[in-house]
Design a protein around this ligand. Structure first.
Ligand SMILES: Nc1ncnc2c1ncn2[C@@H]1O[C@H](COP(=O)(O)OP(=O)(O)OP(=O)(O)O)[C@@H](O)[C@H]1O
Length: 257
């Protein structure tokens, strides 16, 4: 695993996140211990992807902070939503997966034998051996997700952030990727995943943060995802949507002088 320092927890301290100074996630406090597997669940627009982007260092907080105990946002591997990945980029599967080594090697250094072997092993681990020369734009959704996971293996980070890793993939691919997540956990890595599939959260993630702009629950998954909390999350999210519509109406209302 890259990095030699013993990993500490990631602490979210009164964290408020948003865009153009409009908050999307409010006042979040909590701790992600090293080796944790944390699911982040909640309704559409709850702020789940926003939180992951902040953990990946792609979004600066509007308020509060993320304490990483010596590590930096560069020490995390981040899997964006499949929809956000530009697949028209002219690159084959081997080179795409090898890009995971870029932080170790720098942008322009050629891959040495060890990195080539690492890429080959990663492709093998996700069942993509034989597809190395395929342009990524020719891959199916599930194959692309496997290639993205192979790139995470090559990145070899202690903290792995996954944004909707199981959206639009079949059961066999889901099972393979869940097995890989279990292996990462056994290796002591921290995994944080945005999930819409509550059953998968219950199956593979002991801890869950249920978010609806504000934290509804952050505890053991079966407690966090109880019917009561899910109902509160839905109500909270609808209240935020209504407030946003009202704000927009205010902004759009013609001024009366
Ligand atoms: N780049 C952006 N600029 C402005 N607002 C944004 C941006 N990205 C997200 N938002 C807003 O922030 C809020 C939270 O969005 P986010 O994508 O984090 O939610 P989510 O829980 O991941 O939703 P979903 O389940 O639908 O993917 C939403 O109101 C969204 O419209």
């Amino acid at each position: 695993m890259s990095g030699t320092a013993a990993p500490g927890p990631i602490r979210l301290v009164n964290l408020t996140l948003g865009y153009d100074r409009r908050p999307a996630v409010h006042h979040l406090d909590g701790e992600i211990p090293p080796g944790a597997a944390l699911a982040v669940c909640g309704p559409n627009g709850a702020g789940k992807s926003t939180l992951l982007k902040a953990l990946a260092g792609l979004l600066a907080p509007l308020g509060g902070h993320i304490a990483r105990d010596g590590a930096t946002a560069r020490d995390v591997a981040y899997l964006p939503q499949l929809l956000d990945v530009d697949r028209s980029f002219p690159i084959n599967v081997r080179d795409f997966v090898a890009m995971g080594a870029m932080r170790r090697l720098g942008l322009f250094r050629r891959l040495d034998a060890a990195e080539r072997a690492r890429t080959g092993m990663a492709l093998d681990r996700v069942g993509m051996t034989g597809m190395e020369d395929r342009p990524i734009e020719t891959l199916s959704g599930g194959q692309m997700q496997r290639a993205l996971f192979a790139r995470l293996i090559v990145q070899d980070q202690r903290v792995i952030l996954l944004d909707e890793p199981f959206g639009a993939i079949d059961e066999a691919t889901t099972d393979d990727l869940l097995a890989l997540i279990a292996q990462w956990r056994a290796e002591g890595r921290t995994v944080v995943a945005v999930l819409h599939e509550l059953d998968l959260a219950r199956r593979a993630f002991p801890q869950t943060l249920l978010l609806a702009r504000e934290p509804i629950a952050w505890c053991e998954t079966h407690k966090a995802l109880c019917a009561d909390n899910l109902g509160r999350a839905r109500a909270m999210s609808e209240a935020y949507d209504r407030a946003a519509r009202e704000c927009l109406r205010d902004e759009e209302a013609p001024h009366v002088h």
